[in-house]
Design a protein around this ligand. Sequence first.
Ligand SMILES: [Zn+2]
Length: 692
Amino acid sequence: MVANLWNENDVAKILESAGTDTADRDLALEVYASRLIGSNPALVQHGGGNTSCKVVRRDLMGREIDVLHIKGSGWDLGNIEAPGMPGVRLAPLLELRQLDSLSDEDMVNAVRGALLNSSAPNPSVEVLLHAYLPQRFINHTHATAMLALADLPNAQEVVKQIFGDRVVCVPFFMPGFALAKAAAEVAEANPQAEGLLLLQHGHFAFADDARTAYDRIIEHTTLVEEWLQKKRGAAVLAPDPARPRAAPPAEATDILPILRGIIGDASEDLLAERCTPMPVMDLRAGPNVQEFLSRPDLHVLATRGVATPDHVIRTKNWPLLLTREAVKGGRDAIRDAVDAYIDRYETYFRKNAARFPEGKTMLNPAPTLAWIEGVGIVGMGLDAKAAAIAGDLAEQGIVAMAYGEDCGGFHPVGEELIFDMEYWSLEQAKLGKAKLPALAGRVVMVTGGAGAIGLATAHAFAARGADVFLVDRDAEALDRALGELGRKRHGGLAIDITEADAAQIATDACAARFGGLDILVSNAGAAWSGMMKDMDDALLRRSFELNFFAHQKFSQAATRIFEKQGRRGGQILFNVSKQAVNPGKGFGAYGLPKAATFFLLRQLALELGPMGVRVNGVNADRIRSGLLDDAFIKERARARGVSEATYMAGNLLGREVEARHVADAFVALALSERTTAHVMTVDGGNIEAALR
Ligand SMILES: [Zn+2]
C-alpha cells in the first residue's frame, strides 16, 4: 500500500504563507503535493516524474493569461520549491497542437519563448502533455507498480479489470509532441477518466483540485500494487530505504575492483579521445537483490530491457550479467563477459544508428549496471552520485521486472525505441560539453579523516569531484565529518588503524562502497613527547605502530586493490612531517617513525613505479590540529616567550600555516602526473627543515 501523506494542518500553514493570490495558493498546493510524491521512492526515482498546475495570472499590461506551472529540469520533486515550477503561457503551447509534427529542438525553443521568467529552468520535456490535458492539477510518475503494469502484454485488459473506465491507456510514443497529442486525444475521448496509463512508460492522474489529483496518484498506485500482489501470490521484496547498502558478501571486495579495472580499460581503449577514468560503483546486496538474483529465469530477464525508457540514460538497456561461473573464473572470465557485452552494444548501436542520416555519436559502450550472481547488483557511473542513481533505478527495475514477469510477462518497449531515447538529439547535443572536475570519479581514502588536516583534505578532494572514504578512530567525529561532507556521496569507517587487519578491513570497506580505490592519503598520526635518554620502550613502539606501521600496512592494502584493478595507476600520499628531517628537542618518539615513513615513501616509489603507482608526501609543520591543540600552542609559545600568534607565524613568510594549505598540497601532488618520490614542504618556510 502506498501511504497517503496529505496533511490538512500542513496545508493550512502552507496556504498561510502563500498569501492571498489564488494562483500563488494553487501553486503552493501543487508544490506540496509534488514533494509528497517525490519523496516516496516507490512513486518517483531520479527525474522519473513531473507535476503541474494551471492558474490564471495577470501580465505586465494587466491582462489575464492562462499559465501552466510545471516542474523544471534540474529540480528534484522531493524537495521542489515554487521557483522549480516555472510558469509558461498556455496559449502559445495550445496553438502548437495544430501542427502535424514538431521537432524536440523546436519544442524546447517554443516553450522557452513562452516562459514568464526568461531565466527560469527548462520545463519538463513532458510539458506539452500537461498543457493539452484539460484538468488543472496533473501528476505523472514512473511508480514501480505502474511500470510492472505498463509492461504487461495484456496491460489494457488489466487496467479495465482494475479501474473500469477510470483509467485509460495511451499507446507508446517517445516523450514529446507526438505523445502529448496522443494522450490528449485519449483523454478527450474519455472525459470521465481520472488518470492515464502510458503503456511501457508510466502513469498520469489528474483533477481540478490539488488534493484529489494527489489522492488519485496514491489510490491508483495502491490498487495496482494490490492487484500485482494478489496475482503473484506474494509481494516482491522492495529495497529497504533505511539500509540502502546491506553488508556486502565477501566476494564483492575482490570482484568489484577487478570489474572496475576491466571496464576502465575497455572505456579507455574504445574512447581514446574522450578517455574516462574507471567507473565508481554502488553495490546493492540486500535481501531483495539476493532473492531476485537467485531467480531461475535471471538470464532471460537480463535481456529484456529497462522498465521505462528514461532509465536507459543511466543503466543502458541491459545489465552486464556475471554468472557464478564468471565470478569463480576471475579476471579472464569477467573480461570475456565485458567484451561480449561491448560487442552486443556496438551491434545495437550500428544497427540503429543507420536509421539516422545525420549520424549519431556512440556513447561509451561499457556497461553501467551489473547483475552479479551471489554478490549483488552494481550501479556504475562517472562518480558516486551517478553510480547511486543507476543503483536506485536498477533496484526499482528488478521489482517491476519480478512483478511483471510473474503476473503475465515483463515486456518493455523494444530496442529501436530505446535507442531513440538513448540517442535522443537533445541528449546527443550535450555530449562532450560538460567539463568534468579534475578528479571526477577518483576514489580517495583518507586516514585520520575526521581530524583537522584529514577533513580539510577530504573537502579539497571532494571539491575537485572526487568521492571520499574517511577512516577515523573516533566514531562520533567521523559521523560529524560525513555529515559535513555529504553522506549520500561519501563514505567512511570508524576503526583504530593500529589494530591488526585494520588496513585490510578499511580498504575492503572502501572497495565494497565505491568498487575500488584510486588515491590513499595515509594521514593519521599522533605525537608523544619525551627525551630519548628517558624514553619508555613501550611508548616508542606505540608511536611506531601509528606513525610508521599503519602507513606501511595501509600502503600494502591499497596496493592490493591497485593490483586487482589491474591498470597502471594508483597513488599513495603520506603525511610525513618536518620532524622526519629536522628533529625537535623532545620529539624523538614522533620523529623516528616519521623518518622511517619518509624512507618508506621513497622505497615504495621505487618499487611501485613500474606499476604506475605514484608515491608522494607532505612535510607540514605547526598546523593547528589534534596533534597541536590550543593548550599545546599556549605552552610552546610561553616556552619561547612569544605570543601565540607570533609562535604560529614563526616561519619565513611570517604567516600561520593552516590545515587547508596542507590539503591543497596533497591535491597538487595528486594532480602532478609525472611526480613520484617527492615530498612537498608546507611550513611557511624553514631553512633548517628544507630538503636537500
Ligand atoms: Zn514520464
